[in-house]
Design a protein around this ligand. Structure first.
Ligand SMILES: *[C@@H]1O[C@H](CO)[C@@H](O)[C@H](O)[C@H]1NC(C)=O
Ligand SMILES: *[C@@H]1O[C@H](CO)[C@@H](O)[C@H](O)[C@H]1NC(C)=O
Length: 273
């Protein structure tokens, strides 16, 4: 009898943990990628999320090369990531992220310094290239001192492992164990120092447009830089990134949004070398 009661208790606890509203970082209500808290409904979940439905310049988008304009004033991405930086691996429940202290590196854009503050992953990809959705996408989020945001996006297709994720493989496994042993809450692990220089490779071709955060509150004014070179990631690595996420967020990519007249600029320096 007692064991039955215990069993029922654990089953209802499990059910509670599966369906109860989680609160995401930033204090807004839970959102997910399917059902009543899915992308179609984000704008109605909270007044602070209204840009998700009312915004006209949202992300992600489908990048069609033949419709891009040549960004003659654009230059090669000016990235200076430090060799060794302090990072923390975080399970945000809707994504896995690496947060950096303010000293991780700088992306110089239009005469302004944007510091690298976070990397996080989506799978499948959020941006499409020529109508193609890839297997994963990495977002390198940079912030300027006056609060402006610029993101560098990297697309991946299944293949060889990604070297950056290989370095944190054991930490990712640890994160998953912590999630399973604690009740599903935000969990984090100090990574210590990590080198991120390989991100600087293959940045000679990119697409730029102005959009928004691809997650609530969908704030606009974000300068996006999507790299033209698609990299590779292993199926195991994508599975490890999905494992700590809650049900409804395992597949965490927002559908593409209308351009509403926006032009995407293309920069390609590969030909001239
Ligand atoms: C990383 O953080 C630790 C503890 O906060 C600090 O002692 C160390 O100097 C930092 N390392 C770097 C490269 O910033
Ligand atoms: C940007 O950072 C560099 C150091 O990497 C510094 O020399 C420069 O003065 C900074 N520029 C601005 C506009 O803050």
């Amino acid at each position: 009898m007692a064991s039955q009661v215990l069993f029922l208790f654990f089953m209802s606890l499990l059910l509670f943990l599966t369906i109860s509203p989680y609160f995401v970082s930033g204090g807004g209500p839970q959102f997910s990628y399917m059902g009543p808290s899915g992308p179609q409904r984000w704008g109605s979940l909270s007044p602070t999320y209204s840009a998700c439905s009312n915004g006209k310049f949202q992300s992600p988008v489908n990048i069609i090369k033949s419709k891009c304009v040549s960004g003659r004033h654009l230059k090669q991405l000016d990235i200076e990531y430090h060799v060794a930086v302090n990072a923390t691996l975080v399970d945000n429940l809707f994504n896995v992220a690496m947060n950096y202290d303010g000293n991780a590196g700088i992306f110089r854009l239009n005469g302004k310094n944007y510091s690298l503050v976070q990397m996080h992953w989506h799978s499948p990809s959020e941006h499409h290239l020529g109508g193609v959705r890839y297997d994963a996408e990495l977002h390198l989020v940079h912030k300027s001192v006056d609060g402006e945001v610029s993101v560098i996006g990297v697309l991946y297709r299944y293949g060889h492992p990604d070297p950056l994720l290989s370095k944190i493989q054991t930490k990712l496994a640890q994160l998953q164990k912590m999630v399973h042993s604690s009740s599903h809450e935000q969990t984090q692990i100090a990574i210590g120092t990590i080198t991120t220089h390989e991100i600087r490779k293959h940045t000679r071709k990119y697409y730029r447009y102005v959009g928004s955060f691809s997650t609530p509150p969908c704030t606009e004014g974000v300068i996006w830089n999507i790299l033209g070179k698609v990299r590779s990631i292993s199926r195991e690595q994508v599975a490890a990134l999905k494992a700590p996420l809650i049900i409804g967020c395992k597949s965490n990519s927002r559908p593409v949004q209308p351009l509403n007249g926006r032009k995407i600029e293309m920069f390609n320096d590969e030909m001239s070398h």
